[in-house]
Design a protein around this ligand. Structure first.
Ligand SMILES: Nc1ncnc2c1ncn2[C@@H]1O[C@H](COP(=O)(O)OP(=O)(O)OP(=O)(O)O)[C@@H](O)[C@H]1O
Ligand SMILES: [Mg+2]
Length: 502
């Protein structure tokens, strides 16, 4: 058959249409039902031609369809014609499917006729339902995570915050979404630092996760300390579109740490006081030595003065000894006081290299007077330490002073001290003060770091003991190693603050 008339062309066109095409008359009776309609509704055209179109509709529309048509005829107000909407359709087997129905009135027909196009939405509905299911599932995960999750765009605006985040911030999701994060929740005094760290993360092209810790402020003014981890979110071509910030509320943990530290300091103080008891006998012995020397020299001086003038030189010497011994007794007392004093320690993040460089003027003066060369060998890329800078400088001065005294045995021009700094593993920083002096003898070694142990006529033997108590109060360790090929190395290690590489 090769019929090419307009009617058969139209029918071929209708059958080629993917959507169902249904033509109805003014009473709603079906006049045309194309092949797509047959496939969609499961009716053969012959079964439906002449029947009311409402047999293709699900319940509500089915019952009201005649009334809809009547209302349109009467009022001329279109509710669907020329507009289209999603409707529920009924197949021959009674099953229902979603479809988009657009209806047009056929021009110049009296009484009017209408054509309806029905596009099957089943697949789209299924896809949508799958997306919603996935979204709900992802949301459930987000809510289940016991961490604060916040996504920031590169302009620091909040694009997502989970329920835990709202809880910790005591804020509603809608007030946070779109807000500039650092302005909205970070207290003014920490804002610049936190914001700079975020900026640095983006600048570094967001490689690898980065950790930061800063506080957030609730509307009531209460602060929570959060440990953050930043991970970049990139698009298909690798451009960073956002940053996932996951945070743990560490407020209670940090509080407990601070309490523990205070307790530790109290205990250290108590144990220092206990040590004081042990030291008492040592003290009286140590002080008695110079005091009895003072008494002896004073008596001698008095006797010498009673005798004739020719003893002038001996008297001067006795008086010098008196002065020297009195000074030594005074020095013992002074050092003891600094050992026992419980200063509220002032911890702060410090770059050890800066601290050592600051000591330069003090150590250089000492070195120049004794013709000693002090050089610095400071490591690069060190993490910071949380220390009392005054106390640690005290330790360094003790070690440098000892080294200066130890190299005295060598001839001028060959007296060397080197201060090294470097990382020891991932979490400790090591400082070494090395000299090419006399070294520590095997006999003296067991007494090193104990109070009053000295080999010097004018020493108190407290420098290393004090240094050790300071380093241990910083949860560090101090020790002696022989230097190669000669001399001593005193080294101490301190725990570092993670992620402060400068
Ligand atoms: N760099 C060093 N080289 C060799 N021996 C050292 C060195 N540092 C310390 N010692 C030995 O350890 C002893 C104890 O040192 P410590 O600093 O505790 O007291 P001191 O130096 O004798 O007295 P003070 O510190 O009061 O001047 C010293 O007398 C010395 O014998
Ligand atoms: Mg000393």
């Amino acid at each position: 058959m090769n019929d090419t008339g307009p009617a058969s062309e139209l029918s071929a066109l209708l059958d080629a249409t993917v959507d169902a095409v249904i033509l109805i008359d003014s009473r709603g009776c079906i006049e045309v039902f194309n092949q797509a309609a047959e496939r969609l509704y499961g009716y053969a055209a012959a079964e439906v031609l002449g029947r009311n179109v409402n047999l293709l509709m699900a319940d509500k529309d089915r019952n009201n369809h005649d009334a809809y048509m009547e209302r349109y005829e009467r009022t001329g107000v279109a509710h669907i014609i020329g507009i289209g909407r999603e409707v529920e359709n009924r197949r021959k087997d009674g099953s229902v499917f979603p479809g988009f129905l657009s209806v047009g009135r056929i021009a110049k027909t009296h009484p009017p006729r209408y054509v309806g196009f029905v596009h099957d939405l089943t697949l789209r509905h299924q896809a949508l339902a799958a997306v919603v299911r996935e979204r709900d599932r992802a949301n459930r995960y987000l809510e289940a995570v016991q961490a604060v999750l916040v996504v920031l765009d590169p302009n620091r605006r909040v694009t997502l915050v989970n329920r835990k985040g709202c809880e910790v911030l005591d804020a509603e999701e809608r007030t946070l979404l779109g807000a500039e994060w650092f302005e909205a929740v970070v207290p003014a005094e920490e804002r610049a630092g936190a914001s700079a760290q975020f900026h640095a993360f983006l600048e570094r092209h967001a490689q690898g996760p980065v950790y930061d810790e800063y506080r957030v402020c609730r509307p009531g003014g209460e602060m929570r300390t959060i440990a953050w981890r930043y991970v970049a979110i990139a698009d298909a071509v690798g451009a960073v579109t956002g940053v996932l910030c996951s945070g743990d509320d560490v407020t209670d943990a940090r509080r407990a740490e601070a309490d523990a530290r205070q307790a530790h300091e109290r205990i250290t103080h108590v144990s220092r006081l206990a040590t004081m008891g042990e030291m008492a006998s040592g003290i009286s012995h140590e002080i008695n030595q110079p005091l009895s020397a003072i008494t002896t020299y004073a008596q001698a001086a008095r006797r010498l003065l009673q005798a004739d003038q020719s003893h002038n030189e001996a008297v001067r010497e006795a008086l010098e000894q008196i002065a020297a011994q009195a000074l030594r007794a005074g020095e013992i007392i002074r050092r003891l006081r600094s050992l026992v004093r419980s200063r509220e320690t002032q911890r702060e993040p410090v770059q050890i290299n800066v601290l050592i460089e600051e000591l330069g003027p003090l150590t250089r003066a000492d070195a120049r007077m004794n013709d000693v060369r002090i050089s610095l060998d400071l490591g690069a890329d060190l993490l910071w330490v949380d220390i009392d800078p005054i106390q640690i400088q005290q330790v360094l001065l003790n070690l440098v002073r000892n080294a200066v005294q130890a190299v005295d045995c060598r001839e001028h021009g060959k007296r060397e001290i080197v201060i090294h700094t470097e990382m020891h593993g991932e979490d400790q920083l090591e400082v070494r003060v090395c000299d090419n002096g006399s070294g520590v003898s095997a006999e003296f070694l067991p007494r090193l770091f104990t109070q009053f142990a000295t080999t010097k006529s004018d020493g108190t033997g407290l420098g290393l003991a004090i240094s050790r108590s300071i380093i241990e109060a910083h949860r560090g360790k101090i020790e002696y190693q022989p230097n190669v090929p000669e001399g001593s190395c005193f080294l101490f290690r301190l725990p570092v603050i993670q992620e402060t590489r400068s």
